[in-house]
Ligand binder design. Structure first.
Ligand code: 2IP
Ligand code: CA
Length: 384
């Protein structure tokens, strides 16, 4: 089943991410600063990019091998070509065996067999759905795989991944999902979104949080998923607080924002009685909206991408929520769902053609949109 395969793939990604943070040898490489005179930005000293790319390529390999019809349409942020110290161009990918992958990685890592072996071991580890902290999916979904596209963000909130500690606000991170994190490793997510190539609608999403809680000296993750098609609407989130402790009742008038949001927008929201919270990580802010830690995640700029929002968007749709274009909602009074087809009119620049142009508003409950829009609307805006 595709959904189960994606959940397991996201867990492999989370395992690689945790390994790079928890293993001393790999962690040293991860936090190593690139020297100022570094000529080639993709030189392996950029180990964090290697970790990102390796996760992306492992996800592509795992999904593409099980669903060959989808292979061509699995896209991520990164290019997988690296240069090593000898000037060789090497395509990073998951090969057939752990030994082969380790040999390839060793070339990129300028002969660091220990790091290559540690990474390859995680890339090839046997995993089943029982290894994932999530609700087991129990649903038949019929899909035409040739008509599906996939967006992958291997590590969202890269800055927190490199520099983040347990949590800026809490020392004891055992009680994991009940509070909104304003920074730290909890804001890191692995994001996988499946969309319909014809309509561009997000239909299946996985948000894996590799550093959800810290217990007994190690990090544990949590995985969330949701499906929204013509015939199926279900998710790992339950509305029963007895069985899902991470679920918090929505309706508390909390809006989460990027630290970079405009002051004028913050002022208007506050004047309307909203409580504002800030955190890094687009994926984390959408997850906070999914689990009800916030009612809305709003971003007025075009600084998120298809790979950031496709997975969380499907999750929100499975809960009757949505992600709509900020500018259309606020300035034109139109609620238009974010679309996941590449914008061909934006040309070949990946940043331009893959960004969520015009900003986003993510929410679980549609009734909140009117209130937000009327607060943010300017006198000279059109619409009703
Ligand atoms: C980033 C990351 C940033 C976010 C930005 C994303 O992805 O999630 O934190 O900005 O929109 O594209 P902000 O933290 O201001 O919300 P990545 O870490 O993958 O580059
Ligand atoms: Ca991202």
């Amino acid at each position: 089943m595709l959904l189960e395969a994606l959940i397991i793939a996201s867990e492999r990604a989370a395992n690689i991410a945790r390994k790079c943070r928890e293993d001393e040898h790999l962690f040293k490489l991860l936090i190593e600063e690139k020297s100022e005179d570094e000529a080639n930005p993709r030189f392996v000293q950029d180990f964090k990019t290697l970790a990102d790319v390796l996760i992306q390529e492992t996800l592509k390999h795992d999904i593409g091998n099980q669903y060959p019809e989808m292979k061509e349409n699995i896209k991520g942020e990164e290019s997988n070509v690296f240069c090593n110290a000898l000037g060789e161009r090497i395509s990073v990918e998951k090969l057939e065996s752990s030994t082969q992958t380790a040999e390839l990685l060793s070339k990129v890592l300028n002969d660091d067999p220990e790091a290559a072996h540690l990474l390859a071991e995680e890339v090839h580890r046997d995993l089943t759905i029982d290894d994932v902290a999530t609700q087991r999916p129990d649903v038949e979904i019929s899909l035409n795989y040739a008509k599906l596209g996939v967006w992958i963000d291997p590590i969202d909130s890269t800055a927190e991944y490199i520099n983040g500690t347990k949590d800026k606000d809490c020392q004891d991170c055992q009680d994991d999902s009940q509070t909104f994190s304003t920074g730290g490793l909890k804001c890191v997510t692995v994001l996988i979104g499946v969309y319909d190539l014809e309509t561009g609608d997000a239909i299946m999403g996985i948000v894996n949080q590799p550093f959800s809680s810290y217990q007994d000296g190690r990090w544990r993750g949590k995985c969330y998923w949701g499906v929204y098609t013509d015939t199926v609407k279900c998710s790992s989130i339950t509305t029963d607080s007895q069985t899902e402790p991470s679920y918090v009742k929505v309706g508390t008038n909390v809006v989460c924002l990027s630290g970079s949001e405009d002051q004028s927008i913050k002022d208007k929201l506050r004047s309307g009685g909203f409580e504002l919270v800030e955190a890094p990580g687009a994926g984390y802010k959408m997850l906070a909206t999914v689990v009800g830690l916030a009612d809305v995640y709003l971003l007025s700029k075009s600084s998120t991408f298809k790979w950031d929002s496709c997975g969380p968007h499907a999750l929100l749709r499975s809960l009757s929520g949505d992600i709509v274009v900020f500018e259309d909602a606020v300035h034109r009074d139109e609620t238009i769902s974010v679309n996941y087809r590449v914008d061909s009119e934006a040309g070949t620049n990946k940043i331009e053609s893959c960004c969520n142009k015009g900003g986003i508003i993510a929410f679980r409950n549609r009734s909140i949109i009117n209130k937000i829009v009327s607060l943010l609307r300017d006198e000279n805006d059109g619409g009703a």
